[in-house]
Design a protein around this ligand. Structure first.
Ligand code: NAP
Length: 345
């Protein structure tokens, strides 16, 4: 394992160099990998495993768009594509990739197939960490592992096709075989990970829920909306407010930050922008820190998962979701965004 110094803290990272695909295939040569669920992660992980030469089948409920998608992607009914229970029966490694709410509903039906020596695999620490809410408590005589790609299943597949990879975290919850760690790493390499970072189920889910509610999605929309609002209130046109809030950020600055880091970005802008950004960033940090504290507490206490599970189980979840998304889509900010996007040269 490579030891890498991350800003003063040394962490061990698994790379493809020390755990090449060949080794991963040898590790899993006697396994039948059943990828259960063909939503977002399911296609990415199963297709990458298949193209990497692993013995993989897909489990998906019938009469659904996801079943049709699996057929279109080349999975063959009765040979490599089965109903969920059948796939769990046939698989020796069950990759449980239903939506987190779907996992709770399907769990009672599949538990009987989790027999001695099998492996249960998750891509999120949600079900296991919050098992008082999810009811997902695996039998004691199987391995339970996690590989969580740090990105969408769509990106996982796209990068794989380009010959690249996405980084993933991995964790072990139960190691009955004594080999759970190697299995997790082999599967991580098999699904197309570039580098693998070790974590625990708990840390994975806490950081993930914080991130998506924070800077990845929740906080960023909040920040955009607040800046847009003040600019509009002070008489700036919608296009000016949008360009200064979102367009310049996503089109010009964020890709440069991704490539070179924030200090480089600060060093390579006008001295006017530089001075202002240096003066203001700590004020923003201090203003939102209490909100992040509240958010992490809400994740840790299980409040966030409770809200998520309750919302997802409601019959009218999709209808309400569409209402909330419509409100965002039809806000002046994002209506302006839709027009600005058309004007990109
Ligand atoms: N989205 C990502 O890129 C991402 C990234 C990292 C980790 N993860 C984790 O990976 C896992 C899978 O996430 P995902 O986003 O791929 O899920 P998703 O797209 O929401 O999963 C949908 C899948 O679950 C099935 N499903 C939902 N409810 C069901 C039910 N009651 N009975 C049977 N099947 C049901 C769907 O079948 P139908 O189509 O028939 O409804 C479909 O196959 C989750 O643990 C998630 O947290 C996801």
């Amino acid at each position: 394992m490579a030891k890498i110094n991350f800003g003063g803290t040394t962490e061990e990272v698994v790379t493809r160099k020390e755990f090449p695909l060949k080794k991963a295939k040898t590790e899993l040569q006697n396994e039948v990998i059943a990828v259960v669920g063909y939503g977002v992660q399911g296609p990415g992980q199963s297709l990458n495993l298949r193209d990497n030469g692993f013995n993989v089948i897909v489990g998906q409920r019938k009469n659904s768009k996801s079943w049709e998608k699996a057929l279109t992607d080349g999975w063959i009914e009765g040979k490599t594509l089965f109903e969920i229970e059948k796939a769990c029966q046939k698989g020796t490694i069950i990759q449980f990739l239903l939506s987190d709410a779907g996992q709770i509903q399907v769990w009672p039906k599949i538990i009987k197939y989790l027999t001695y020596g099998k492996t249960l695999y998750f891509s999120h620490g949600f079900g296991i960490t919050f098992n008082e809410q999810t009811g997902i408590i695996p039998p004691k005589n199987i391995d339970v592992i996690l590989v969580a790609p740090k990105g969408s299943g769509t990106s996982l597949r796209r990068l794989f096709v380009k010959g690249k990879g996405l980084n993933s975290s991995f964790a072990i919850h139960q190691d009955i075989s004594g080999n759970a760690r190697s299995k997790a790493i082999a599967l991580g390499i098999g699904v197309g990970s570039g580098y693998l970072f070790e974590t625990t189920f708990k840390k994975e889910v806490y950081s993930d829920l914080t991130g998506e509610r924070g800077t990845l999605m929740g906080a960023i929309q909040g920040l955009f909306a607040a800046q847009y609002k003040i600019l509009r209130k002070k008489g700036h046109s919608p296009s000016e407010a949008f360009n200064e809030t979102v367009e310049e950020a996503t089109q010009s600055l964020y890709p440069l930050v991704a490539e070179n880091g924030m200090d480089w970005m600060y060093a390579n802008c006008s001295t006017t922008a530089q001075r202002g950004a240096l003066d203001w960033w700590k004020k923003f940090r201090d203003a939102v820190y209490p909100v992040f504290q509240e958010l992490y507490d809400s994740v840790e206490s299980g409040k966030e998962t409770k809200i998520t599970i309750e919302a997802n189980q409601k019959e009218d979840y999709r209808i309400n979701l569409e209402k909330e998304l419509k409100e965002m889509r039809e806000s002046e900010l994002w209506k302006t965004g839709s027009e600005v996007r058309k004007l990109r040269p």
